[in-house]
Design a protein around this ligand. Structure first.
Ligand code: ADP
Ligand code: XUL
Length: 523
């Protein structure tokens, strides 16, 4: 049997997802919720510790406990851990784990008779780990950008300007505020590489996917950049392991896991990556031009790109794809369901009534255009809420419904231009992807097929698929990522929504109108 495991260490929980590549099935999915199990013990709420003044941390020892608990739950769910051939994984991006010089020895000599957490409680030089929700490092962001020669230099070098949540500003701040503990720090892991380290029983480096969320990796060579490290903290190179190849096994699982949790000694560990880069694989985006849009509370767009293009206006993040070859862009529109619900509720509609209004209004909406900033927006940056209507007013119910959806589709087209990809297909996930009338608008505006995609946990699935790919490589089987992901990531053909070619030119013109309207209001 060809069984593989993906582990996703996310903010609020740790998930294990097992797949069988012979039957193309997800065979198990279990999750450890941090608040439920460890809320009191580690002082976490929603998985995090609020240290105030923008400092948001979590507890790495809690993740150690959760990993053992996850194995327990896999057993309870009937998973034969002995049949798992390889494990890859995913971590919330950017978070940093600080280890002292005892870590390597403690990991190597793990004893299967004792709890993991008891054996590892002394390996940290910092008890807590700052995570992606931490916003306390604005000063450090500016210092780092200045030290490398400016924001644009850092952007071109690492793919991203300095963001508060990224690892480099977090590391710099730690060095600045706690010189003593910095001195005791022998190694810095990310959340992803910390979990792979626990499984391998030795220090494992990060992959380029998660490395690109640090502001420390040269996005073109996929190696640590000396200039970025120098701009961050002294002697950082000694504290970071070289970046690992995402598709190359780092070694077998440590004997602790075979003796205590029944894994096979042959079970291979792959480098873990960030949750977003793993989701790219789990959504099946392994060819340039494949794009996914999650229509959730906010709308998040993921794209697979052939080159490392950057967003000069800072509208999106750029990461290396863990397929080892491509890049991914990620942009977040805050006004997603938030805006759709505001319109629905304003006119006392339900989702059926909302869909009916879309069907009853003409594509192009008779020229009515809306800037749908019901709340302050991330992309494009809009500091104050304010909805703008051109060519209609608030009283026209159905026109308002179509205007908000056409605006969202036009915005996703406009603000993905920097990626330089022609959107060939769009997979949609999230609550609003159930609404086929919304999907028809996206298909027409973007001029591509739209396919709804039911995901369980795209990051954990992507990790399991990466494990299958890495394992195939060790057998000398050159299977492409497309071959591996397709059976797991292809929605049925009949669920696809096709674009209506008759509207293409009209939407091309409308895009230009929309560009002008947006520019007028942002200037
Ligand atoms: P999140 O993961 O951000 O919590 P979900 O992906 O679960 O969000 O999506 C939830 C949202 O989906 C709800 O807030 C609701 O606005 C939206 N939704 C659910 N059904 C429909 C529908 N038929 N049409 C449009 N939106 C819908
Ligand atoms: C991405 C980001 C989050 C985290 C947690 O830049 O900060 O998506 O990866 O999921």
């Amino acid at each position: 049997m060809s069984n593989f495991l993906g582990i996703d260490a996310s903010t609020q929980s740790m998930t294990g997802l097992a797949i069988n590549t012979d039957t193309s099935q997800i065979t198990a999915e279990v999750s450890v919720n941090f608040d439920e199990r460890y809320g009191e013990q580690y002082g976490v709420t929603h998985g995090v510790i609020d240290l105030e003044e923008g400092q948001v941390h979590s507890a790495p020892l809690m993740w150690v406990e959760a990993l053992e608990q996850l194995c327990q739950q896999l057993h309870e769910a009937g998973v034969d851990t002995g049949s798992i051939r390889a494990i890859a994984g995913s971590g919330q991006q950017h978070g940093t784990v600080y280890l002292n010089e005892s870590a390597a020895g403690a990991l190597e000599s793990l004893d299967a008779e004792r709890d993991l957490a008891v054996q590892l409680e002394g390996i940290f030089s910092r008890a807590t780990a700052p995570i992606w929700m931490d916003t306390s490092t604005t000063r450090q962001c500016r210092e780092i950008e200045a030290a490398v020669g400016g924001r644009d230099t850092l952007l071109q070098l690492t793919g991203n300007a300095a963001f508060e949540r990224f690892s480099s500003p977090q590391i710099r701040r730690f060095w600045q505020i706690d010189d003593y503990s910095w001195g005791r720090t022998a190694n810095i892991s990310l959340v992803s590489s910390f979990i792979s380290t626990l499984l391998a029983g030795r220090l494992v480096g990060v992959d380029p996917g998660d490395g690109s969320g640090t502001n420390l990796m040269d996005i073109h060579s996929r190696r640590w950049s000396q200039a970025a490290m120098d701009a961050t903290a002294p002697d950082l190179a000694q504290r970071l392991l070289p970046i690992a190849r995402p598709d190359e096994v780092v070694g077998a699982i440590h004997a602790f896991w075979t003796r205590r949790h029944g894994f096979s000694p042959e079970c291979q560990i792959l480098p873990f990556s960030g949750d977003n880069p793993n989701s790219l694989i789990g959504l099946g985006l392994v060819q340039p031009g494949q794009v996914a849009l999650s229509l959730g509370t906010s709308d998040t767009l993921f794209a697979c790109m052939d080159e490392a293009r950057v967003s000069n206006s800072g509208e999106g993040a750029l990461f290396a794809s863990p397929d080892g070859e491509h890049y991914m862009a990620l942009i977040c529109f805050l006004n997603g369901s938030l805006a759709r619900e505001a319109v629905r509720d304003r006119y006392d509609l339900d989702w059926d009534g909302f869909a009916k209004a879309l069907r009853e209004t003409p594509p192009g909406n008779g020229g009515a255009l809306m800037l749908p900033w019901f709340a302050a927006e991330i992309v494009p940056h809009v500091a104050e809420p304010g909805v703008i209507r051109e060519g209609f007013d608030e009283t026209a119910v159905a026109t308002n419904v179509r205007a908000v959806i056409e605006a969202q589709a036009l915005l996703s087209r406009l603000h993905s231009e920097w990626m330089g990809v022609t959107i060939g297909s769009l997979s949609v996930t999230g609550g609003a992807s159930a609404n086929r009338d919304i999907l028809q608008v996206y298909a027409d505006v973007l001029g591509c097929t739209v396919q709804p995609f039911e995901t369980t946990n795209a990051a954990a699935l992507g990790a399991a698929l990466r494990a299958a790919h890495g394992h195939a490589k060790t057998l000398g089987a050159e299977s492409s990522f497309s071959d591996i992901v397709t059976p797991f990531t292809s929605p049925p053909a009949e669920s696809r929504v096709q674009p209506n070619a008759a509207h293409r030119e009209m939407y091309d013109r409308l895009l230009e109108e929309y560009r002008r309207l947006e520019a007028d209001h942002l200037s």
